[in-house]
Design a protein. Structure first.
Length: 186
């Protein structure tokens, strides 16, 4: 293992800590955080590539190449159906009880993520992802937040079974970031 690979592995762990300790609505943690080592990123990349083919989504293929070339990957999922219990209405339902009833009727279907999701929990997820990428940036590790990689992670069952949303953050330490100058894909 090179010094860069060891450094990326250490930063991936620090990113998990940053996500775990990020502020959360009412202090309730609904996150599922997984760190994939370099060898484990290949399985995620392969599944993402297959999903791109199955769903005819071009950018999934491009993102799969990035994940396959990465040194590690941090997956941050969220159990978005666990409400904050504040009846804020941001989810589109008048009360958390109405949201829970509607969410209970919805099965994971053809969409990549299962909704509806509690807006407070989605904000928590976003703050955790932001805290994680901030940690990577502080340590000069190239990264990219990928909705697509999160779709593949959920499909592979890498996150807690109750997770409804996940993002992947592949990491790299090379002379030039592998996450830029990427071909555009539709």
């Amino acid at each position: 293992m090179t010094p860069e690979e060891r450094g990326v592995a250490a930063v991936a762990d620090l990113m998990a800590v940053a996500a775990r300790t990020a502020p959360k609505g009412k202090g309730v943690d609904t996150l599922s955080i997984v760190v994939l080592a370099k060898k484990d990123t290949k399985k995620l990349a392969a599944r993402l590539d297959r999903l791109g083919e199955e769903r005819e989504i071009g950018f999934f293929h491009r993102d799969a190449k990035n994940i396959a070339a990465s040194d590690a990957c941090v997956i941050i999922g969220c159990r978005g159906r666990e409400t904050a219990g504040v009846n804020c209405g941001a989810c589109g339902y008048a009360t958390c009880a109405d949201f829970t009833a509607a969410a209970g009727k919805r099965k994971r279907g053809s969409t990549p993520f299962a909704g509806p999701n509690c807006a407070v929990r989605m904000a928590d997820h976003g703050i955790a992802v932001g805290s994680a990428v901030k940690t990577a940036q502080i340590h000069n590790v190239d990264n990219r937040v990928m909705y697509s990689g999160g779709v593949a992670a959920l499909d592979l069952g890498l996150c807690d079974k109750a997770c409804t949303v996940a993002y992947a953050i592949p990491l790299s330490a090379t002379g030039k970031s592998i996450f830029f100058d990427r071909p555009s894909a539709h």
